[in-house]
Write a protein that binds this ligand. Structure first.
Ligand SMILES: [Zn+2]
Length: 297
């Protein structure tokens, strides 16, 4: 099975500073830390490239540089005020997905599929750079994007429904894969068990994780947690649906118990990215990404 996956690459479409309470949780009302919190942590905005024998698959598409300085980004003034306090971005034009792919030796037209763990603007923002790619998302995430309150939750419909984009919405199917229990539903992306999408909502409706069957195996969890250690010790972040997170974190911990060498890789976790870079199939996307990851505490 291992030979189906040939290479793993970490790309970084800039970094973001988040409030420490956003990442590690807080007993305060969220509005208090959003507006008065002072301590921040800088995290990578990751994209992972998985080279399968038959296809190049991205996990997420990162953030488009233009959104970091677009004053019209958030239409509603309250959303704008909150988002501008939640995030401080460090993103330059060179951080665009297309340029980062080229730096890693991947021509953007080579990307066959991009799996979006969820539709937040810092995970789906690079799709315009890979117009030929099939964009795979859960039907639940797509349906959530169509609701009137999606923008308030960080989902920018106008940047997702772009002309020519090849979206594919997947519905969860029963999977008979004993290695993936307690997950009973999922989607076998390549039809050979090498890349299996698993429903892990809680951060946002319809969020999914991507299991990659290598040695050691990998679970890309998107924003299910901001750091693996917080998931392992059940310390919830400052945002998200904690009840749904509790349910899905327990499933991921059970998976880790069954597969002790499983690498759980959240999109914004420097330590997990550094661990991924030590995987036998991994190589860095660019020098900056390596140094940023290795500088992790
Ligand atoms: Zn997110």
């Amino acid at each position: 099975m291992t030979q189906l996956i040939r290479r793993l690459t970490h790309l970084q479409t800039g970094t973001a500073e988040l409030h420490v309470q956003h990442v590690e949780g807080s007993p305060w009302n969220a509005l208090l830390w959003i507006f008065f919190g002072r301590e921040r942590v800088e995290v990578p905005i990751s994209v992972f490239a998985v080279q399968h024998r038959d296809a190049l698959v991205l996990v997420d598409a990162g953030m488009a540089p233009k959104v970091a300085w677009d004053p019209e980004l958030w239409a509603h003034p309250i959303t704008r005020a909150i988002m501008n306090r939640l995030f401080r971005f460090h993103i330059e034009p060179k951080d665009a997905l297309g340029i980062q792919l080229r730096r890693a030796g991947i021509a953007p037209p080579e990307v066959d599929k991009a799996v979006l763990t969820h539709l937040h603007f810092d995970h789906a923002g690079g799709i315009a750079d890979i117009p030929q790619a099939e964009l795979v998302v859960s039907k639940d995430a797509w349906d959530h994007m169509l609701t009137p309150h999606a923008e308030r939750e960080g989902v920018l419909r106008r940047d997702l429904e772009i002309p020519g984009a090849k979206w594919r919405q997947i519905q969860w199917e029963p999977i008979d894969d004993p290695a993936l229990r307690p997950f009973t539903h999922g989607h076998d992306l390549m039809g050979d068990g090498s890349i299996v999408l698993l429903p892990t909502p809680g951060h946002l409706e319809g969020s999914l994780s991507v299991f990659v069957r290598t040695d050691p195996p990998i679970l890309f969890v998107g924003d299910l947690c901001y750091r693996t250690d917080l998931l392992m010790k059940e310390q919830f972040p400052g945002t998200g649906d904690h009840e749904a997170l509790a349910e899905n974190w327990a499933k991921v911990r059970a998976l880790k118990e069954a597969l002790p060498n499983l690498l759980i890789v959240p999109s914004h976790d420097r330590t997990a990215v550094a661990q991924l870079l030590a995987h036998p199939l991994a190589r860095p996307g660019d020098q900056y990404g390596v140094q940023a990851a290795l500088a992790a505490p």
